[in-house]
Ligand binder design. Structure first.
Ligand code: J2J
Length: 538
């Protein structure tokens, strides 16, 4: 087991095993077993490429050998930053079989994020696409490699430039390698973050495969399922809720889309007879508007999952009438807990709640500021523990003491209420994060970047309401002098290599910050100020 990864106390681990949550499977075995059962059935569709289960399994074996020959070993960390390509899944399964750990970066991450996670995880390799959405990842890799001494290899899907080509790494398997054990960490996922630096989430084969099994069951997946991956599959939601991995778990077919626009996605749904797909609320909104005017043929689509940020009841209500399919609300987190509305729930529940936990072993508490449980229906802080919720972030002892109770409940940072059927309604957040239509921005991380500008004396970042994304970021800045402009701040942050979704949507220059009674910056007042300003503008 990789050190620095808090895990479940023995009594819990034994219960999860004895009660059949953790079945002792690994991802490597799982793929082998599915290849035996589903052989020539298609596992992955990407453009004109169609890859069967047998072919996927064989290609993964060859890639395992190539990675091994390069020197990648069990427990090595490998940054994987790939768009929705079949190679994403091949690389993942190959690393899983080797016992090396993918560290999932989002395609929009740039020098700042990649350098940090490479350094922090002491990654030995970085796997990228050559160019995607007009961005050349090889240039990014050159910069990152120059700064991170542990990083020995950059492996490229496509034209390798100065690096190694992934396609040259599929080699005849010769070595007999020992596969990892089910309780080993399978990969590190990135947290949405609330702190200055992103946290890494260690997930085991056992716990993640359990979450796939439960998700596939709840979403009624089987070998007839066709799952369309629209969101970047590096994110936990399209990866596992039930996502691409849950679909492969169930023997279904994964169709990889490269974008979310109706022009691209609607014909693909019809062509590939997609049965289920997953989006964030702003994408749902675009699809609903487009479908209303275009009447596309979406008859195969049975389920539209919406999650990652709160979906308004008003938009939720339009899904069935406009797209002709069942809405499933998904409220999850890369740290673990995932809630789903069930497909046969009454429309009122589907529209007005964020669903119930997927496992009977999920423990949910809603508490007040002193950690006392509140009554049903009352809003409080959501705490959780269970068989697929982590007990701590990777190498983050100090932060873990704050983010987890002493008896192992994860403090989600969400404000929610619980109804008598065990379903949750998300009512807000007490974590210092902005949820920009599903993309999470940690206020402190952005504040630290803005503070590095020599013209900035102090800064506080808050969420401001937005009709389309739900929230956007507003940075209140106290400048050293009045010459600083918003444009300068944006250029500065881009040059620092910050992902574009973290660049503030608005900057307000201010002389002093409003303070709370104890003298801290009152972000609540700042949020009120910006709400008032926006409403006076409209
Ligand atoms: C309100 N807030 C939501 C929802 C997530 C499935 C689905 C989503 C994620 C995810 C995921 C929400 N309504 N329906 O990993 O497996 C906010 C909450 C939560 C945070 C987690 C999955 N669905 N959220 O979004 O790790 O604040 O995971 O704590 O990115 O997103 O973010 P993340």
């Amino acid at each position: 087991m990789l050190s620095g990864c808090p895990t479940w106390p023995m009594a819990f681990a034994e219960q999860y095993q004895n009660d059949g949550c953790w079945l002792g499977e690994t991802f490597g075995e799982l793929l082998r077993q599915r290849a035996t059962t589903y052989g020539e059935e298609i596992a992955i569709v990407s453009g004109e490429r169609r890859i069967s289960y047998a072919e996927l399994d064989a290609r993964v074996d060859r890639l395992v050998q190539g990675l091994y020959d390069l020197g990648i070993q069990a427990q090595d960390r490998v940054i994987v930053q790939l768009p929705n390509l079949p190679e994403f899944l091949e690389v993942c399964f190959a690393l899983f079989r080797l016992g090396a750990l993918p560290v999932f970066a989002l395609p929009l991450h740039r020098k700042s994020e990649i350098t940090y996670i490479s350094e922090f995880s002491e990654a030995v390799a970085y796997i990228i696409a050559d160019v995607d959405s007009g961005f050349d990842y090889r240039e990014l890799a050159l910069q990152v490699k120059a700064n991170v001494p542990t990083l020995q290899h950059v492996i490229v899907v496509g034209k390798p430039g100065p690096f190694i080509s992934l396609s040259d790494m599929y080699t005849e398997p010769v070595s007999q390698l020992r596969e990892p054990s089910p309780s080993d960490i399978a990969f590190l996922q990135l947290s949405g973050g609330t702190t200055g630096l992103p946290k890494l989430i260690p997930r085991t084969h056992d716990d993640y495969i359990y979450s796939l099994r439960m998700s596939a069951e709840i979403c009624l997946l089987d070998e007839n399922t066709v799952y369309l991956a629209v969101l970047p599959i590096a994110h936990n939601y399209p990866l596992s809720s039930p996502g691409v991995l849950g679909t492969l778990y169930a023997g279904g077919r994964v169709v990889l889309a490269r974008g979310a626009s109706p022009d691209e996605v609607f014909p693909l749904i019809s062509k590939e007879q997609v049965t289920i797909t997953a989006v964030v609320p702003p994408v749902a909104l675009i699809w609903l508007d487009a479908a209303g005017s275009r009447c596309p043929n979406l008859t195969s689509l049975q389920v539209l999952q919406v999650g990652g940020a709160k979906l308004s009841a008003e938009v939720a209500r339009r899904v069935r009438s406009t797209l002709g399919c069942t809405l499933q609300q998904v409220f999850g987190m890369a740290e673990g807990l995932v809630n789903y509305t069930r497909l046969d729930d009454p429309e009122d529940i589907i529209v007005n709640t964020q669903g119930g936990p997927m496992s009977p072993y999920d423990e949910i508490r809603i508490v007040d500021d002193e950690d006392n449980d509140v009554e049903l229906g009352i809003v409080g802080h959501l705490l959780t523990r269970g068989p697929y919720t982590i007990r701590g972030y990777y190498k983050a002892e100090e932060h873990n003491a704050k983010s987890f109770t002493t008896d192992g409940f994860y403090r989600t940072g969400d404000l929610a209420s619980l109804n008598s059927s065990g379903y949750l309604v998300v009512e807000g957040r007490d974590k210092d994060q902005i949820n920009r239509g599903g993309d999470k921005v940690a206020a402190e991380e952005l504040e630290n970047h803005i503070l590095a500008h020599p013209g900035v004396h102090d800064v506080a970042v808050v969420a401001m309401p937005d009709e389309f994304l739900g929230e956007r970021t507003c940075a209140f800045i106290i400048p050293h002098d009045s010459s600083l402009t918003f444009a300068e701040v944006k250029v500065f942050l881009r040059e620092r290599g910050l992902a574009s979704y973290k660049i503030p949507d608005r900057v307000e220059f201010i002389d002093t910050f409003p303070k709370t009674k104890v003298g801290k910056v009152s972000k609540k007042t700042l949020r009120e100020i910006i709400i008032q300003k926006l409403s006076s503008l409209s």
